[in-house]
Design a protein. Structure first.
Length: 291
């Protein structure tokens, strides 16, 4: 399955009561595909505030995205958690709704062993028939999926890719050691170009909500062999990619990108507690990035 090179980890639009705003969800999907050049969408990932979405809301989002996208892109459902049995249940329900693939985050908080990680992902993948993408983000989960574990998992037929936020050494090991056809996506916007340079396939991105066209241009320049121009684009957009995760007071994702979208006239509302909307100071910083 071809997910493309640029995948947006989509925010979840809320209304003034912090309930899902379905009209704006449709508008956002169109915007990300048509104006920001994203190839596929992750629904209900971390950026979509999955920790504060109910199971019913997640399933409604999956069904809505599949229907609204109408084949224009692949819909990747965030169904991973730190409970293997619940992850299996949600993954099976998502498959019934017609999603194209699953994004499975490393189990957070309970911090399993590498063998526990392997068995967790294996059990989920074997419970469905659609492709699965691993998601390694140690800063949020407290556990790193080691390169050897990812390589081992890459031999399970429907585990087809990883979104990895590890350093370039680990990503290089995965690229060189994984099963043929296994795709490696950067999970860190600022690392998109370096990951391409060591054989990665693309980026699952937050910044592509607002600079998707520029990111796609950078990727295409690199793929066409114009590495000098790719580096120039990277340097130009680097402050935005970095700044969305380095606001004053380290305001966590997705508050900064939601502020940025709202500033651009794409109404996605606020964030649910325990997250907070960007302050006036943080907003000024985000505005400065987008000039």
């Amino acid at each position: 399955m071809d997910f493309g090179r640029l995948i947006a980890a989509m925010v979840t639009p809320f209304d003034s009561n912090l309930q899902i705003n379905w009209d704006q969800t449709g508008i956002l999907i169109d915007y990300l595909l048509e104006e920001q050049a994203n190839d596929s969408l992750v629904i209900s990932g971390t950026t979509g505030e999955s920790p504060t979405l109910t199971e019913e809301e997640k399933l409604e989002l999956f069904a809505f995205a599949v229907k609204h996208a109408n084949g224009r892109c692949k819909i990747i459902a965030g169904t991973g958690s730190n409970d293997t049995a619940h992850s299996i249940h949600l993954s099976q329900e998502a498959e019934k709704l017609g999603v194209d693939a699953l994004l499975l985050v490393a189990p957070y908080y309970n911090r399993p062993s590498q063998e526990g990680l392997y068995q967790h992902f294996k059990a989920i993948a074997e419970s469905v028939s659609i492709p699965c993408i691993l998601y390694n983000v140690e800063s949020r989960t407290g556990i790193n999926i080691d390169a050897d574990t990812t390589i081992r998992l890459s031999h399970i037929p429907n585990i087809v890719a990883t979104k990895d936020c590890a350093d370039l050494d680990q990503i290089t090991r995965i690229v060189s050691g994984a099963a043929p056809g296994f795709l490696v996506y950067s999970g860190d916007d600022t690392m998109a170009l370096p990951v391409l340079s060591v054989g990665g396939h693309g980026i699952i991105s937050v910044a592509s909500h607002v600079i998707g066209k520029e990111m796609k241009s950078m990727i295409n320049c690199y793929l066409q062999g114009d590495t000098r121009e790719a580096a120039k684009v990277h340097a130009k957009i680097h402050p935005v990619m970095k700044g969305l995760f380095n606001c004053p007071h380290r305001v966590p994702n997705p508050a900064p990108v939601k502020y940025a979208l709202n500033s651009k006239g794409v109404d996605v509302g606020g964030v649910r507690l325990p997250l907070l909307i960007a302050t006036e100071e943080e907003g000024r910083f985000i505005d400065s990035l987008l000039k």
